[in-house]
Design a binder for this molecule. Structure first.
Ligand code: SF4
Ligand code: SF4
Length: 510
């Protein structure tokens, strides 16, 4: 009997993975210029530590983490820092973001890097976490959360889950990584285990990756504490909550985090990056990118320098085919369309699809919702997608939250089956962004109000102090004037003063 559980909803999709997973990971190009964004992670942007005109070595720290929730950035190649300037990045907003622009020299001159830590199991965990932080490692499965923070959980973690599922169609970078670097992956998992000390460690992998599964089985010899679990292929089994449910039968509470139930998830590429940082002293300066779709000449997986522009990578793989039509960052279910290819590859760029018109047709115009309910049974988060849609469309943000909008993982299953072709996920994303923005505004307004109230209180206090001082002064003046006006009072006051002086102890004796 299987010891796996199940999650609701989901879809069986044509995975299209063989387009890109048939060949070894290939090196990407060394472009003349790299655009390295300062923010490639969740949290505060990194802060440059180099100036335009500075020479930089490969792997040199060029921007430091500014906060706990931040990530360092390193030079992916040697060369000269040309500028720190805004540049378009791969994001739905299409807005530019600050980038460090490096003119590469083609020399591949390495910076001084820290020494390997081979005996990590005997090393102070804080030293290991500091190495992971130095390396600028973030969740490479898409979460982009700084890994050094995850490696120091606030609550006890009983189960560490390594997410090797890669369930979205077309994407195969983790699949190839596991086939080719399974031993590195297991080293990274052991380092994470050293830091987190879970009771059990489970690797979950979909059963449509037999080669990767076999490679992991070999690499796991001698690691009895790590269990490998093959999970049935069904999208989105790689969603964090869905995988936790399948592997442990535990459910993350609505609005909660896996850590609330003692579970921590880590992506396979992140574990390999951890192994590179600890065992080799290498910062995160490359990532494996799946470049796929029938619109590129040689789809495959490419180890690409962070900051390489997508057009340079596409040129490197033979360019576009004649019928290339659409460009998508990410997979076809959760990805976002890109308007052009002049965007840099970042730590989070796991996949780009160049689709033909047949492959990734432009979405047809949406029709009104016919309340068919087809979107409900496919939702893996047990939500009511059509209700969310109605409220998001009406911009009734309170209602969207009452219907647990933030439990939506934006998997796109509902939109995939919607006969009215409504871009449901766009509505959810928009509503989430509005709520987050309103919350930020509220926090700002609250802070401004607190500052205003504190200032008002200070002014009132200062005024009261001034008035009291004035009153004391007036009373003293009044007293003096009373004495001057009444000679009898003046005589009495002088007598009282003389008696007091006689009674007072001589100087120095008390
Ligand atoms: S599947 Fe589409 S048309 Fe049907 S209820 Fe859901 S949103 Fe409405
Ligand atoms: S996108 Fe959100 S609402 Fe739609 S099926 Fe996925 S989790 Fe459910």
């Amino acid at each position: 009997m299987s010891d796996l559980s199940d999650f609701p909803g989901g879809l069986h999709l044509n995975d299209q993975k063989s387009l890109s997973n048939q060949s070894l990971i290939q090196p990407g190009p060394l472009p003349d210029r790299l655009w390295v964004p300062l923010q490639q992670h969740i949290g505060t942007p990194a802060e440059p530590v180099v100036q335009p005109g500075d020479a930089v070595g490969k792997g040199q720290l060029i921007a430091r983490a500014t906060d706990t929730i931040s990530a360092a950035v390193h030079a992916p190649a040697s060369g000269t820092l040309q500028a720190i300037a805004d540049y378009p990045i791969a994001h739905t907003s299409g807005l530019p973001a600050p980038c460090l622009v490096i003119q590469t020299d083609g020399q591949d001159i390495r910076a001084d890097l820290p020494p390997p830590i081979r005996n990590y199991y005997d090393t102070d965990p804080d030293i290991l976490r500091e190495r992971i932080r130095w390396a600028g490692i973030v969740g490479l499965g898409g979460a982009l959360f700084p890994t050094s923070v995850k490696a120091q959980p606030a609550c006890a973690v009983h189960t560490l889950i390594i997410n090797a599922v890669e369930c979205e169609p077309y994407i195969t970078c983790d699949d190839r990584l596991m086939r080719e670097q399974a031993a590195d992956l297991i080293s990274g998992v052991e380092i994470m285990r050293t830091l987190i000390r879970p009771e059990r460690t489970l690797i979950g992998i979909e059963d449509n990756k037999p080669e990767a599964l076999a490679a992991l089985q070999v690499a796991l010899a001698g690691h009895p504490q790590i269990a490998l679990r093959s999970v049935p292929t069904r999208y989105p089994s790689g969603g964090e909550r869905q995988l936790i449910r399948v592997l442990t039968d535990l459910s993350v509470p609505s609005g909660g985090l896996p850590s609330d139930i003692g579970v921590l998830c880590q992506n396979v590429a992140t574990c390999v990056a951890v192994a590179d940082a600890v065992l080799r002293g290498q910062p995160l300066i490359t990532r494996i990118v799946t470049l796929t779709g029938r619109g590129v000449v040689r789809p495959g997986n490419y180890r690409t320098l962070i900051g390489t522009r997508l057009d340079a990578l596409i040129e490197h793989v033979g360019g576009y085919t004649a019928d290339a039509q659409r460009l998508v960052l990410g997979g076809p279910m959760m990805g976002v369309s890109l308007a052009h290819d002049q965007v840099p590859i970042t730590k989070g760029s796991n996949c780009f699809i160049v689709g033909t018109a047949d492959e990734l047709p432009e979405p047809p115009p949406a029709q009104p919702c016919i309340r068919c309910g087809a979107c409900v049974p496919v939702c893996p988060a047990n939500l009511l997608p059509q209700q969310l849609y109605w409220h998001a469309r009406a911009r009734d943000l309170e209602k969207t939250q009452a219907y647990h909008l933030f439990d939506c993982i934006e998997c796109g299953c509902c939109a995939q089956v919607c006969p009215a072709q409504i871009p449901l996920v766009d509505y959810y994303r928009h509503a989430k962004a509005e709520i987050v923005s309103a919350q930020r505004e509220q926090v700002k307004a609250d802070r401004a109000r607190e500052r205003h109230e504190a200032r008002q209180q200070r002014l009132v206090r200062q005024k009261a102090e001034r008035q009291a001082k004035m009153r004391r002064k007036q009373e003293a003046l009044q007293k003096q004037s009373n004495l001057a006006d009444d000679p009898q009072q003046a005589v009495i006051a002088a007598a009282v003063a003389r008696v007091a002086a006689r009674k007072a102890p001589p100087d120095g004796t008390e």
